[in-house]
Design a protein around this ligand. Structure first.
Ligand SMILES: Nc1ncnc2c1ncn2[C@@H]1O[C@H](COP(=O)(O)OP(=O)(O)OP(=O)(O)O)[C@@H](O)[C@H]1O
Ligand SMILES: [Mg+2]
Length: 456
């Protein structure tokens, strides 16, 4: 027989083999021996068994795969459910947040605009989704914003990402709103997005303005009191040029009587100088006591000290206090309300004079005023006033800055408390040195004016 003896290995091959046998001619089939047929039948049986086993194994495998698939589907459902709960929670948080939350894509297009943002800006979420965030900025920031994002995407440099700062926003009605803004960056897939958290500072700014107005009022009253206390010294200061003017005018009279008109001019010039001096004292006093709003301007602290000293030199002389100035030159400007800082200086000088006035007359009464710069988080100017008076007892140091704390029969106990408020509204610090070896040493700092750090 022509039968191929090579054994088919797979059940499919075996089937094909059997079919091939059946297609053979009856003569060929008749030639097959009984053993051949029997062995063929055995093989077919064995292979059928194998086929059944394989089908069974594959069925098992299929059902296990099916089970795993079902588990995976369940898992996906659970994750989906957890995600949807999380999303709902996040939506609730974003919508109930007191701060405005706005997210934008890298083109500046808004894709989140929460309820607080609606309240701050007056736009609804529907109006803002898909719009450019620059709509919420007043000019000129509005025109610059897209450029800022592009620059950040290219260079990675930003002045705002990760740094909270005060900015101005623009409401739907066109009004400008002060805001505290902090921005963070995040990615969704490959897309870079930004989230801005904005807080409306309108209320805070109003409180600050009211606080400042109250301080303006209080410091004005305190300046009036201060000038009242210094009145005798100032009168004396004014008396000097007035007496000099009177003497020069008498001299002029005599020169006219004697017909020496050529000597008249120098005498008149001297009288004029003294009149200007008296006028300057009055100008200083008027500027000091005038009712006014806080006006900040870059100012040289040394010049301000000279001005304050000018107002109380007579009081120092009257109380035998030797004034020494050690002013560092040149010093960068400080951005201050000069009248208020002069008031602080006068309060501190007056306190030292009053403290030393209690000492025996032959005691060394000395007041040193020193200036210099010091490094903190930014460059600051430090002013120190050291006197040779009785100083402060340890327990007194805790109270002297509290309002109405005084040890003087006619004191109000407001000088240091107002002075500290003034310095703090200037972002500075006023304190007393607890370890001053003799006398009292007060220090205050003031930040230097922007763009004025190259004075040294
Ligand atoms: N240089 C100083 N030496 C010693 N004690 C001082 C000195 N400066 C202030 N004090 C103490 O601190 C207290 C509070 O000073 P503060 O200037 O606030 O009020 P006051 O001088 O008593 O009254 P006023 O409101 O008229 O200034 C003073 O009463 C005094 O006891
Ligand atoms: Mg005082």
């Amino acid at each position: 027989m022509t039968q191929d003896k090579s054994k088919p290995t797979q059940p499919e091959d075996l089937l094909r083999h059997a079919e091939a046998l059946l297609r053979q001619s009856p003569t060929d089939l008749a030639r097959l021996s009984v053993e051949d047929v029997q062995s063929l039948i055995d093989e077919l049986r064995a292979d059928r068994l194998k086929l059944e086993q394989r089908i069974e194994a594959q069925a098992d495998e299929l059902s296990s795969t099916n089970r795993k698939l079902n588990e995976a589907i369940d898992q996906i459902h659970r994750v989906k459910q957890a995600l949807s709960i999380r999303e709902k929670k996040l939506d609730a948080i974003v919508d109930s947040a007191v701060d405005g939350i706005i997210t934008i894509d890298e083109n500046g297009q808004i894709n989140t605009f929460n309820a607080a943002s609606e309240k701050i800006f007056g736009y609804s979420e529907e109006e803002m989704l898909g719009r450019n965030v620059s709509l919420l900025m007043p000019p000129p920031h509005r025109d610059r914003h897209n450029g800022c994002i592009n620059r950040y995407l290219k260079t990675g440099k930003s002045t705002i990402i990760g740094v909270g700062r005060e900015v101005e926003g623009r409401r739907k009605d066109g009004s400008v709103v002060p805001l505290q803004l902090s921005v963070t960056e995040f990615t969704i897939g490959r897309d870079r997005c930004f989230a801005g958290i904005v807080r409306d500072l309108t209320e805070q700014k109003r409180n600050e303005r009211e606080k400042r107005a109250r301080l303006d009022e209080l410091s004005h009253v305190s300046r009036l009191c201060l000038v009242g206390e210094m009145a005798s010294g100032l009168a004396h200061e004014l008396n000097q040029p007035l007496t000099a003017i009177a003497s020069y005018l008498q001299a002029c009279q005599r020169l006219i009587d004697a017909g020496s008109l050529e000597k008249l001019k120098p005498a008149l010039n001297s009288a004029e100088r003294q009149a200007l001096l008296a006028g300057e004292i009055i100008r200083r006093m008027r500027a000091f006591v005038s009712k006014r709003r806080t006006t900040m301007a870059p100012t040289n602290i040394n010049a301000l000290i000279q001005e304050a000293v000018g107002l109380c030199e007579a009081n120092c002389r009257q109380n035998s206090v030797r004034l020494e100035l050690k002013l560092a030159e040149p010093l960068p400007d400080v951005c201050v309300d000069s009248v208020q800082i002069e008031q602080v200086l006068l309060n501190l000088i007056r306190n030292s004079i009053e403290a030393m006035a209690e000492m025996p007359t032959d005691a060394n009464r000395r007041l040193l005023i020193e200036t210099g710069s010091c490094e903190g988080s930014r460059v600051q100017i430090q002013v120190t006033l050291k006197d040779s008076g009785p100083g402060l007892a340890g327990d007194q140091i805790d109270h002297i800055f509290k309002p109405f704390h005084t040890t003087k029969p006619k004191g109000m106990g407001m000088g240091l408390s107002i002075s500290r408020s003034i310095i703090e509204t200037h972002n500075g610090r006023l304190w007393v040195d607890p370890d001053a070896p003799d006398g009292a040493a007060f220090h205050f700092t003031l930040p230097i004016a922007d763009g004025s750090d190259n004075g040294e």
